[in-house]
Design a binder for this molecule. Structure first.
Ligand code: T4K
Length: 412
């Protein structure tokens, strides 16, 4: 796998050196949170030649079928239905499960989760998160159920599993469908079993920025074979045979080139996870003693892909706000991200539909002000991480002087 061959970024030790105050940016090029991991280029080229030779470019081609078999086998799940991306995969799973009316979903997620419901005129009912987990608070789900509720859509944010057991119990007792957005969670487990096996179905993403990418791609996994068959038809306009349509459908097909990239990524999976883990551990080590900067933890008993390095910024201890740290980092070309600010409920159309939703989402509203995702993946070197952490350390150590300078800059 390709490693960056850039010059080492400087380690800054004085406020004057920060780019925000006139210093040269630590990075000449933007350091992104999730640049695509590129696997074995030669294997990808070979597969591309195969595709061209076969002249079979999409529509359930041989590489798509191989990709589906590989995913299903790795997850120990009966069925994997590959799709063009996770958003369409969510939409198809939602329709195949016949969700309707209202579905309970966290607001702390990518807006794709809520949109996949609203796109089909289903109302997303936003539930708060359990603060330490960043995932939907199962103990608050029941209070959100109304006669119109047909399902629960949990999200395994950062690849850390939701409280699957509690949600399954509620779904069963209240006769609701249970779907998981596992866009972040390929390669992660819950109580030793791979995510992708739970609820009625789970949805994976293989987008370019995901640690295992297919350029664009997604999949629905399920142990329900009839449901999988229905989704296979739905992703192909509902065609069950030439000239015969069984369901309303769409075009959710994965192309052969995406499957080729997906298969190539899968061959590097262990190395990708090892790189993510190395990066995560370095961040944890280097930020351990910085007051108020708290990296999220991954349960050591579970399998994880470590594709996100996320810190919570506690302003009371850092003396500097999350947004100020982000501003400093962006000036250095470190494109740290505030995922999932400001929460789906504060994005359109939801903020207009439910202007008071935030009243029921205190932990989400607090979390969106604190999280910051930091660059990781194979495009980020240990020296890059050194430089990023040094900038954060400097900002916190000099927080008073920093804020004074920032205020002066804003005033001038
Ligand atoms: N559910 C959840 C919980 C999700 O997080 C997501 C997507 C979905 C559903 C929907 O999955 P898909 O339909 O996409 O399969 C990125 C991804 O685009 C998005 O897929 C992902 N979640 C989200 C967490 O991260 P952004 O807002 O960061 O923007 P984007 O894609 O421009 O990428 C970030 C940075 O990476 C860019 O600033 C530049 C760099 N980049 C990006 C691409 C695409 C590259 O260097 N090369 C590239 O090819 O959303």
């Amino acid at each position: 796998m390709s490693q960056p061959s850039r010059a080492s970024p400087p380690l800054k030790s004085r406020l004057e050196e920060l780019a925000l105050f006139g210093g040269a940016p630590a990075f000449e090029e933007k350091l992104h949170v999730g640049r695509p991991n590129i696997g074995d280029r030669e294997r990808l080229r070979e597969r591309l030649e195969d595709i061209l030779d076969r002249r079979w470019l999409t529509n359930d081609g041989p590489y798509v079928q191989e990709f589906e078999r590989e995913i299903a086998q790795r997850l120990g799940v009966r069925q994997c239905v590959a799709m063009c991306n996770a958003t369409v995969a969510l939409e198809i799973a939602i329709r195949a499960l016949e969700l309707d009316g209202e579905v309970i979903v966290p607001s702390f997620t990518h807006v794709a989760t809520a949109h996949a419901l609203q796109w089909q005129a289903i109302t997303p009912v936003f539930c708060d998160i359990a603060p330490g987990t960043h995932t939907i608070d199962a103990s608050r789900v029941e209070a959100m159920i109304t006669p119109r509720t047909t399902g629960i859509l949990g999200v395994h944010v950062w690849g850390r599993p939701c409280d699957v057991e509690a949600l399954s119990v509620i779904a069963e007792r209240r006769r609701l469908k249970l779907l998981f957005d596992a866009a972040h969670a390929f390669g992660c487990s819950y109580r030793g079993r791979m995510l992708g096996n739970f609820g009625h179905a789970e949805v994976l993403s293989f987008h370019a920025t995901k640690f295992c990418n297919a350029f664009e791609g997604g999949a629905v996994t399920t142990n329900d074979t009839a449901l999988a068959e229905k989704m296979r038809l739905m992703r192909n306009f509902g065609f069950s045979d030439y000239d015969h349509v069984s369901y309303i459908g769409t075009n959710g097909k994965m192309s052969e080139i995406s499957a080729a990239m997906g298969l190539t990524s899968l061959e590097s999976l262990d190395a990708l996870i090892a790189t993510n883990l190395r990066n995560y551990r370095q961040y944890v080590r280097e930020l351990r003693d910085v007051p108020g900067i708290v990296p999220i933890e991954y349960d050591e008993r579970e399998r994880a892909n470590f594709q996100y390095v996320v810190v919570e910024v506690d302003e009371r201890s850092t003396g500097v706000r999350r947004d100020e740290i982000q501003k400093i980092l962006w000036a250095e070309n470190v494109m740290a991200r505030r995922y999932f600010y400001p929460g789906c409920h504060r994005m359109e159309p939801y903020r207009s539909y439910f202007p008071h939703a935030g009243l029921l989402l205190p932990d989400t509203e607090s979390l969106v002000e604190r999280v910051l995702a930091l660059p990781t993946g194979t495009a980020v070197s240990p020296r890059d991480i050194d430089a990023v952490c040094q900038i954060i350390r400097l900002a916190v150590a000099e927080s008073d002087a920093l804020r004074r300078r920032m205020a002066l800059c804003a005033a001038s």
